[in-house]
Design a protein around this ligand. Structure first.
Ligand code: SF4
Length: 334
């Protein structure tokens, strides 16, 4: 789905990483193998839309985020941003305008912040390096505005602090401010709250939702946590072994999932009951996600799927529309 309100369109996006051949393989001339980290992803994000990308470790969701922000180079496919294909864009100078429009928030605020720089210098750094301000007054105004938008208020009180003088939540807000300060149109947030206390998580999530509401920001929210995705996102895409296996509105995917993998993810989530009924146990998803270097033939979920039948082992299911805006890559949806 691509239309004028889409800020980002991925078409058959692929990211492969080569695996070095061993000495013997090189001698016998064996073709080098590769890891199919992202293997044909189609995804659209509208302006002002929050899309969550959900999956286990090894599903390829972080690599999709890194490909969008050009931290890794797509192997093939299209990466249309504002209608322009950015997939082949390379080099610092060529990427600079794109990097201003697309920012990434990382999971680990400890690593993302330089411990020797003050909050002011950390947030001001992209403005200085991209030469986006003309004078010191403008620089101060932009840093102040970004810190305020990220919920650090009054902003001036944080200017001279160092990362070690901040709480975990405040550090993550500084990371958010550093992304916001260049006024991006899309933010890719990779597990931005997974290292925070539950009470702080809600504050950061609300700050991200406010940014969307106030500034029309689009957000790709990468997480392994389906309930968290439901809280923040308009739509959810579920990834498994390099592919999107189900996509739909947040309510549809969480409350009425169709793909056996999404159902397994939902059932593996603990639930808190409000009545005195017996506690429900969680259902463990059997097995491990295979290596992306050894993608099974047929449906890539079939070795772990309790509903697999013969066709699943030989033919990979296409993405099938099960209702408007809801697609599932499973033969049961035919
Ligand atoms: Fe399971 Fe088959 Fe559907 Fe794959 S196609 S999810 S193996 S039922």
């Amino acid at each position: 789905m691509s239309n004028s309100s889409s800020i980002l369109v991925l078409e058959n996006l692929q990211v492969r990483f080569p695996i070095a051949n061993g000495f013997l393989d090189a001698i016998v001339g064996k073709t080098p193998r590769s890891v199919r980290a992202v293997d044909g992803v189609d995804l659209t994000i509208g302006r002002g839309e929050i899309v969550a990308l959900v999956g286990e470790s090894g599903s390829g969701k972080t690599t999709v985020g890194r490909a969008i922000t050009k931290l890794v180079q797509p192997t093939s496919g299209k990466l249309l941003f504002g209608g322009e294909d950015m997939a082949g864009l390379k080099g610092f100078a060529a990427l600079r305008p794109y990097r201003r429009r697309v920012q990434m928030i990382f999971q680990d605020a400890y690593q993302a912040l330089n411990p020797r720089h003050t909050v002011f210098d950390i947030v001001a750094e992209p403005l200085r390096s991209m030469k986006l301000v003309e004078c010191d007054d403008e620089l101060t105004d932009r840093v102040s505005e970004a810190l305020t938008s990220a919920g650090l208020n009054p902003a001036e009180e944080f200017f001279a602090r160092f990362p070690h003088e901040l709480s975990g939540g405040q550090r993550q807000r500084v990371v958010v401010a550093g992304a916001l300060v260049v006024k991006p149109e899309l933010i890719v947030a990779d597990e931005p709250v997974s290292m925070l206390d539950v009470s702080i998580r809600a504050q950061i999530l609300q700050a991200l939702i406010d940014l969307r509401d106030q500034h029309g920001l689009a957000l790709l929210f990468i997480t392994h946590d389906l309930p968290l995705a439901w809280l923040i996102a308009d739509r959810i895409a579920v990834m498994y072994l390099g592919r999107i296996v189900e996509i739909g509105t947040a309510d549809d995917i969480t409350l009425n999932p169709q793909h056996p993998y999404t159902i397994a993810l939902r059932d593996a989530t603990p639930k808190v009951r409000r009545d005195d009924g017996p506690r429900e146990g969680i259902k463990v998803l059997q097995g491990e996600i295979p290596s992306a270097a050894r993608v099974p033939t047929g449906c890539r979920f079939h070795p772990r799927c309790p509903l697999a039948f013969d066709r699943c082992k030989s033919e990979e299911p296409p993405s099938i529309e099960v209702r408007p805006l809801h697609r599932s890559a499973c033969w049961l949806a035919v």
